[in-house]
Design a protein around this ligand. Structure first.
Ligand SMILES: Cc1cc2nc3c(=O)[nH]c(=O)nc-3n(C[C@H](O)[C@H](O)[C@H](O)COP(=O)(O)O)c2cc1C
Length: 199
C-alpha cells in the first residue's frame, strides 16, 4: 500500500463519499479499521459501542429495508428526508458497519437511562469519527449515516440487538468520486475566547 498520510492531512482530506467502486474491501482492512476505532476515548472507559459488519447480501437487505421505509413514509404523506438517497449509497457500498450502544446495565436506574445514553452517545460519536479517519488514512471512503434511525426497531430486531441503542451506520469502500470540500463556518465565527482578565 502507498504511504500512509499524516493525521492532519487525513483530517483535512476526509469527505463524505456517496459513490463507491465495485471493488471488495479486504477483511483485514475492515479489521484494522475496527481495531483503530476502539482506540477512541469513552466515558469512564466504558466502551459502549457495539458493531455489526454487513457485507454483500446483508448490505442489499439493509438498502431494501431503507427503500421500503422511505416508500411507506411517502405513501403516508410523511417526510423521509434523505432516507431514499442514503439507501442508494448503502446499496452500492461493499461494507456497511452498524453502530449500536450497549443497553444500560441493570445497576443504572431507569430514570437515569437518558442521561446515561447521552454520555455514551458522545463516546460512540467519537468512535465513529475515529472510524472515518482510520478509513481515510487506509485509503477508503466513508459515509456516516443517521438515516437508519428511521428504522430503529426494525434494524434492532433484524440484527439481533433489540435491547441496544442504534446510533448510526457507516458505509465504507473505495471512493468512486472526489467531492469538493463542503463549506465550514470559520472557527472564529463559532468560538468565543474568554481572555484572562488583565492583572
Ligand atoms: C451525525 C451525522 C449523520 C449523518 N447522516 C447522514 C445520512 O444519513 N446520509 C448522508 O448522506 N449523509 C449523512 N451525514 C453526512 C453529512 O451530510 C456530511 O458530513 C456533511 O454534509 C459535511 O460533508 P463532509 O462530510 O463531506 O465534510 C451525516 C453526518 C453526521 C456527522
Amino acid at each position: 500500500m502507498s504511504q500512509i498520510p499524516d493525521a492532519l492531512e487525513v483530517i483535512r482530506e476526509r469527505r463524505s463519499i456517496r459513490r463507491f467502486q465495485d471493488r471488495p474491501v479486504p477483511r483485514e482492512l475492515i479489521e484494522e479499521i475496527l481495531d483503530l476505532t476502539v482506540q477512541a476515548p469513552s466515558a469512564k472507559n466504558s466502551q459502549p459501542w457495539r458493531f455489526v459488519v454487513l457485507e454483500g447480501a446483508r448490505c442489499a437487505e439493509l438498502a431494501r429495508r431503507m427503500q421500503h421505509r422511505a416508500s411507506a413514509l411517502a405513501d403516508q404523506g410523511e417526510d423521509s428526508g434523505s432516507l431514499a438517497w442514503s439507501a442508494q449509497v448503502v446499496a452500492q457500498a461493499p461494507v456497511t458497519i452498524m453502530v449500536f450502544n450497549a443497553a444500560a446495565p441493570p445497576e443504572i436506574p431507569v430514570e437515569f437511562h437518558n442521561d446515561y445514553q447521552f454520555v455514551m452517545t458522545q463516546s460512540t460519536g467519537g468512535a465513529i469519527q475515529t472510524m472515518l479517519l482510520a478509513a481515510q488514512a487506509l485509503g477508503l471512503g466513508s459515509l456516516w449515516i443517521c438515516d437508519v434511525l428511521y428504522l430503529v426497531e426494525e434494524i434492532g430486531s433484524w440484527l439481533g440487538h433489540p435491547e441496544d441503542v442504534l446510533i448510526a451506520a457507516v458505509s465504507l469502500g473505495y471512493a468512486d468520486e472526489t467531492p469538493r470540500a463542503r463549506p465550514r463556518r470559520p472557527w472564529r465565527e463559532v468560538t468565543e475566547w474568554e481572555a484572562a482578565p488583565a492583572p
